[in-house]
Design a protein around this ligand. Structure first.
Ligand code: DQA
Length: 150
């Protein structure tokens, strides 16, 4: 069974309490529950990781080089826009990476328009709230399947 790592970056543990206009009212736990349900439907295994510490986040990505992770779905939060350390760590991997964002980052402040992770991701999904994560998981699953249709 494919093993997909779902990574939530800085401040994303605050979903549910944070700016509901952009991030809705579901908590990270709710989002993970929805992802676990979809994973069951798709027949994949999901693992969740959240950290507010960039070093811990980088170390979890490094671990994915050798721990049989098949794909990563990542919302790096604000690190998306400036963390070359996370970009470099993802660049080491030989597995597909799907970037997701709850909000439509392109319709927000200019600093959110650029993602340093986009160049090391297979694609990105932004603006659909919790569905961005669900679509991201479907995309990762499709990339791992013989017929890559989402
Ligand atoms: C975010 C968008 C980022 O710009 C922001 O810093 C976040 C959340 C999103 O999911 O929309 O923390 O990644």
């Amino acid at each position: 069974m494919a093993h997909i790592l779902i990574m939530h970056g800085v401040n994303l543990n605050m979903f549910g309490m944070r700016d509901p206009a952009h991030y809705g009212t579901e908590t990270l736990e709710d989002i993970n529950r929805r992802l676990a349900e979809l994973a069951q439907e798709l027949g994949v295994e999901v693992e969740f990781f959240q950290s507010n510490h960039e070093g811990a986040f980088v170390e979890r990505i490094q671990q994915a080089c050798t721990d049989h992770t098949d794909a990563i779905v990542i919302n790096a939060g604000a690190w998306t826009h400036y963390s070359y350390a996370i970009m470099d760590a993802l660049a080491i991997l030989r597995i597909p990476v799907v970037e997701v964002h709850m909000s439509n980052v392109h319709a927000r402040e200019p600093f959110r328009h650029h993602s340093v992770l986009a160049a090391v991701s297979r694609g990105s999904i932004a603006g659909f709230g919790v569905n961005s994560y669900l679509l991201g998981l479907r995309a990762a699953h499709a990339l791992l399947s013989s017929s890559p249709t989402v």
